[in-house]
Design a protein around this ligand. Structure first.
Ligand code: UT7
Length: 325
């Protein structure tokens, strides 16, 4: 099988910023509660006329430029999102049209906060087996469109953004191991109840605010830690590596307490954890995608570094990937 790696990264964060102080005026909350319970200080919100594919396209253009790949030469576009432009067609097809990437195969992945990792794993298979020469994998969300701005339990947590990477065959380094997992018995913990075939939109579903994200935060918190620890351990085992070999962890940015607990339990002493949660909040699939991009662009991740990307989300789904940069 071919050795596959990431050859370019990009991100886009919408201009508008909503601070904790702004939220204090909207619901019964405080900067102190949000900061100590989550680590979030502010988040970016998409403009009214910005859809997920718009954010995705901007991140994609930056990643393609970084990778020096012409959109016309792209073979595959995967968008990981839970906030697609429309229920169908795939958001990836809107991105394709925006980029003029006429040759690319396009589809979306619904794996919530682990979506970017799922996308990387799928793209790796396409490239390693010679189905495609390259792939654009994007994690993009406009979570503000499914956030209940009257529910203080959830509205303080989320933000909008997009991160992208271009993947191709590499001569050295690249993906060392991957691990994905799912548990469909806990779909009730985190979901968006209405608007699908189970509960199509009616005046009643609208009135009952069923078109917004619902989460049992406490339960999700506990499982998030164990799942991310398990995913990290399995990916390390598959790569034949130990915690001490890892230079950077790019975790899903749902809650700084989850991230601290996970890093501690995994026993990371040397590795550094990259965080963008304070300025971005939880952006689901876009969290690991943007954090990876920022860590590279800031010169933190250097050639030869071992990077562990580790995430968990609704489904439940989880996954980890280890890449030698
Ligand atoms: O990305 C996908 C995965 N998502 C996650 O991993 C999220 C996991 N969950 C979490 O991060 C945390 O559970 C939350 C940040 C959502 C909540 O933190 P918590 O420490 O689990 O708080 P809690 O839900 O147990 O609530 C504690 C108290 C409650 O008050 P009472 O019942 O003790 O009086 C809540 O009503 O905090 C209250 N509360 C708030 N207070 C001020 C909940 N939200 C707020 C708020 N401001 N925004």
């Amino acid at each position: 099988m071919k050795r596959v790696g990431i050859i370019g990264v990009g991100e886009y964060l919408p201009k508008r910023i909503l601070t904790n102080a702004d939220l204090e005026k909207m619901v019964d909350t405080s900067d102190e509660w949000i900061t100590t319970r989550t680590g979030i200080k502010e988040r970016h919100l998409a403009a009214k006329d910005e859809a997920t594919s718009d954010l995705a396209t901007k991140a994609a253009k930056e990643a393609l430029k970084d990778a020096r790949v012409n959109p016309k030469d792209l073979d595959l576009i995967i968008v990981a999102t839970i906030t697609p432009d429309m229920q169908f067609p795939a958001t990836a097809t809107f991105v394709q049209a925006n980029l003029g990437a006429k040759k690319a195969i396009c589809f979306d992945i619904s794996a919530a906060c682990a979506g970017f990792i799922y996308g990387i794993c799928v793209a790796q298979q396409f490239i390693a087996r010679d189905t495609c020469r390259n792939a654009l994998v994007i994690g993009a969300e406009v979570l503000s469109s499914i956030t209940d701005w009257k529910d203080r339990n959830t509205c303080v947590l989320f933000g909008d953004g997009a991160g992208a990477c271009v993947m191709a065959e590499v001569k050295s380094g690249g993906i060392l191991s991957t691990y994905l997992g799912s548990d469909g018995t806990k779909t009730d913990l985190l979901n968006l109840p209405a608007g699908g075939s189970r509960l199509p939109a009616t005046p009643k579903t609208l009135k009952e605010r069923m078109h917004y994200l619902k989460m049992q935060g406490n339960e999700v918190f506990k499982i998030a830690v164990t799942s991310m620890v398990g995913a990290g351990q399995e990916a390390l085992k598959r790569a034949g590596l130990k915690c001490g070999d890892v230079n950077w962890i790019i975790p899903h940015q749902a809650n700084s307490r989850i991230i601290n607990a996970m890093a501690k339990r995994l026993g990371f002493v040397n590795a550094q954890v990259y965080l963008n949660i304070a300025k971005c909040g939880n952006m689901s699939s876009a969290s690991t995608a943007t954090a990876l991009c920022e860590a590279v662009k800031e010169g933190k991740i250097k050639k030869g570094d071992i990077v562990l990307i580790d995430a968990f989300g609704a489904g439940l789904v989880w996954g980890a990937v280890i890449i030698k940069w």
